[in-house]
Design a binder for this molecule. Sequence first.
Ligand SMILES: Nc1nc(=O)c2c([nH]1)NC[C@@H]1CN(c3ccc(C(=O)N[C@@H](CCC(=O)O)C(=O)O)cc3)CN21
Ligand SMILES: CC(C)C(=O)C(=O)O
Ligand SMILES: [Mg+2]
Length: 266
Amino acid sequence: MPMAVTINTLREYKQKGEAFAALTSYDATFAHAVSSAGVDVILIGDSLGMVLQGHDSTLPVTMEQMVYHTRAVAKGNQGALVVADMPFMSYGTTEQALNNAAELMRAGAQMVKLEGTDWMTDTISALSQRGVPVCAHLGLTPQFVNKFGGYKVQGRDEHHAEQMIEHACLLERAGADVIVLECVPAPLAARITQAVKAPVIGIGAGADTDGQVLVVHDMLGLTPGRPPRFVKNFLAESDSVQDAIKAYVDAVRRRQFPAEEHSFQA
Ligand SMILES: Nc1nc(=O)c2c([nH]1)NC[C@@H]1CN(c3ccc(C(=O)N[C@@H](CCC(=O)O)C(=O)O)cc3)CN21
Ligand SMILES: CC(C)C(=O)C(=O)O
Ligand SMILES: [Mg+2]
C-alpha cells in the first residue's frame, strides 16, 4: 500500500505543480473505494445533508451526524487524508469550535474544514495552535446560502475578487493549512492559488488550483436533477465505479478535468 497522505504530501504536490484529487465520502465503503483508487484527500462533507438526507441545504446537519459519518469513513480509509466539515454553527464561537473540532478529530478526522472569511481568524489560530489542522472554505460557502440568496458564483467583480484574495492570505496567516475555493471564476482561483503557500483545492474554480474536489455521487451521475456546471459524470465512460474514480484521479492529475465547460469565467 502507498504511504499515507499527510499535509506535507499536499505541500509537496503544490511545490512540484502536480495536481491532486479529492472526493467526498460519507461511509466506509466509499472511503475504501475512493482511497484505494488513488484519491489523496477524502472529505466528509456536510453536503451529506443534501446527498444522503434529501434536504435542500447543508444547514440541518448536526455534529452528531458528522461524527457518525467520520467514524465510518475513518474505518474504510486506505491512506487518504481525512478532512471533516464542521457543520453549520458548530464554530459560532472559538470555544465551540475547539470542542467540536476535538470531537471530529477523536472520530478519525485528520483536519477540519470551516466556511468563512476574516471573522474566523481567531478561531483558526486557536485550532491551529492546539494541533488541529484547518482547511478554510471560501467563495460559495453553502452554509451562507440564505445570505447569498442561492448557490451563486462568488467573486465576479474586481472588488469582491480582491477581497477574496485578501481573505485567503489572512486565513493562511491565521494558520489555515489548506484552502477550498468553491464556485469562483477560474482566473480568480488562479490568482489565489499563486498568492498563498497553502495547497488550494477547487470545485467549480477552474483547472489552475492545486487540487480538485467533487461530491462522489455527482461524479458517478447519481445526483438527481440538472447537475451544476462544474460536475462531470465519470461513470458514463467507465465500466465500473472503481474505474470511474480512477478516471477522475487520472483526469485531475493530467489537468484534463476541469475543462472550460466545467469552469466559470469572470
Ligand atoms: N450533490 C452536491 N454537490 C455539490 O457540489 C454540493 C452539494 N451537493 N451540496 C452543498 C453544495 C451546494 N453546491 C452547489 C449547488 C448548486 C450550484 C449551482 O447550481 N451553480 C450554478 C451556478 C450559478 C451561477 O452562475 O451563479 C451552476 O450552473 O453550476 C453550485 C453549487 C455545491 N455543493
Ligand atoms: C463540496 C465540498 C467542498 C463540501 O464542502 C461538501 O461536500 O460539503
Ligand atoms: Mg461542505
